[in-house]
Design a protein around this ligand. Sequence first.
Ligand SMILES: [Zn+2]
Ligand SMILES: [Zn+2]
Length: 364
Amino acid sequence: MKIKAAVVREKGGSFQIEEVELDEPREDEVLVRIAGAGLCHTDLAAKDQLVPSPFPIVLGHEGAGIVEKTGKRVRKVKPGDHVVLSYVACGVCGPCRKGMEHICLNSFEYNFMGRRPDGSRTMKKGREAINGAFFGQSSFASFALANERNTVKVDDDVPIESLGPLGCGVQTGAGAVINALSPKPGSSLAVFGTGGVGMSAVMAGAVCGCTKIIAVDVKEARLKAARRFGATHVINPRKADPTKAILKITGEGVDYALDTTGITGVINQAVGALAAGGACGLIGISSPDARLETPIGTMMHGRSIFGIIEGNAVPDIFIPQMVELHKQGRFPVDRMITYYDLDRINEAVEDAESGRTLKAVLQP
Ligand SMILES: [Zn+2]
Ligand SMILES: [Zn+2]
């Protein structure tokens, strides 16, 4: 079928709206009419080749919409269902077999290579092959072809166009807190970097009952927003040393810290602010040669540092939970969103990069 899609043709190039042909769903695939797709940092990382996805490619990996058609073996959803699309895992490697699909060993192959796991492509334009199947979806388009495995059914009484970010960015930030750090009620949490991912972590801190939620960011507008999403304290590193400021707020250091920036210096600040027994989660994308240089002495007294991918979430379980919290008004993800027509995707990228929007959602 003919669809409208945002195609990237070269490293760092802009998105171009083009008409391309999308395959019919195979037995295990789901055709989704996209209502909204969130713009996530990873799309830009692929566009700018921090991850080596092939060109030309249709990106987009936070799609939400309505099922149009299903392959004959699909049982999870049916036409008309509201769905959020998430990441794909192989299901057979060691971590997948242990139920940890977020750290699937074949994750790169399955999510970034622009084709189905069997090597076939889902899109073309005349005779030209177009790379699709990005995160098993390529949802910067009017329609996306997903696999049953990364399609999550959600309640149809929440506006579906607002739920796409739950498939990656929001799941990454909120899951890091709820599933991985699992703070106890009454504990303290510091979130370094409060873009869409960090802001989701701030909201999750409030859901978990953290009584001190400290947002750290160099952008004042984001700090102001963080207070609305549950931050009890904010720190601008351009004005105060975050480690010292956190020690001052907490007395003995923070129980949980989360870095969303991937910047070594920021991670050091986060680790330096940990209380004895405290844990620091890393979810930012770092450059491949970045190294942690933490004195071993710091790690004594029970401190820990660990990486977290996709919020350690099982999307089929975690996404409906976030929708439920959202319905109860305890997780207002919709308030982070600025909507753009898909035609204005380059403007959305500019606004996301400048920090003018917290979370851009593209509507075809
Ligand atoms: Zn796997
Ligand atoms: Zn993402």
